[in-house]
Design a protein around this ligand. Structure first.
Ligand SMILES: *[C@@H]1O[C@H](CO)[C@@H](O)[C@H](O)[C@H]1NC(C)=O
Ligand SMILES: *[C@@H]1O[C@H](CO)[C@@H](O)[C@H](O)[C@H]1NC(C)=O
Ligand SMILES: *[C@@H]1O[C@H](CO)[C@@H](O)[C@H](O)[C@H]1NC(C)=O
Length: 172
């Protein structure tokens, strides 16, 4: 009987990734990549070569979000304390996403001059859909009593992405 319990993949996942710190670490990775993207956009002079670090970090960000979804799915349910740490990270990430989307929107004329606006739009769409998956994965781990609060903390992240998507939808 014990042997079967040990081999149960769910039991294993819970022992290995049972800590809220794994989710918080994913949020922190996404935060770092988001801010790096912001720096790359802000440092960009508007030349074609300079778009490479932007596109590259944009891809890295997408990967970080997808990794966060996997980590969150593999994590055990959060208790109150864990949910508070995740909430704290989410509030902070929302600030970073806001700033990065603001920077992207400001750089839109430069992207469009190089006819790259549509590529940014595609990337933003992918990031939005990956973010929706990540949020959904986290929400299934949040205690029922805190679900509404968690949703309200995630909302500004969604809004910021939607705002940038709306902007880049208008080309030029
Ligand atoms: C909450 O979960 C964490 C692991 O994510 C654990 O370390 C902590 O002891 C738990 N706290 C309570 C009050 O159960
Ligand atoms: C995001 O990065 C900023 C700047 O380093 C930091 O102040 C903030 O705490 C970070 N937030 C998360 C969730 O890691
Ligand atoms: C950033 O936050 C400010 C203040 O809440 C808000 O007015 C603005 O629309 C946000 N920008 C984006 C891109 O989300």
């Amino acid at each position: 009987m014990r042997f079967t319990t040990l081999l149960n993949p769910l039991a294993l996942a819970a022992t290995v990734l049972g800590d809220y710190t794994a989710i918080v670490a994913s949020i922190s990775d996404i935060n770092k990549s988001t801010l790096k993207l912001q720096t790359n956009v802000n440092n960009w002079k508007g030349n074609l070569l300079g778009t490479l670090p932007i596109i590259s970090e944009s891809t890295a960000l997408l990967e970080a979000i997808k990794k966060g979804t996997k980590t969150s799915k593999a994590s055990e349910a959060l208790n109150f304390t864990g949910a508070l740490y995740v909430a704290e990270g989410t509030i902070s990430l929302a600030n970073s996403v806001n700033a990065t989307m603001t920077a992207l929107i400001a750089a839109k004329p430069k992207f469009n001059k190089l006819l790259l606006g549509p590529i940014i739009l595609v990337n933003l769409g992918l990031q939005k859909s990956a973010t929706d998956d990540f949020s959904a994965a986290i929400l299934t781990k949040v205690p029922a009593d805190l679900k509404a609060v968690a949703e309200s903390l995630i909302a500004p992240i969604d809004k910021a992405l939607e705002k940038a998507i709306d902007e880049f939808r208008h080309f030029p």
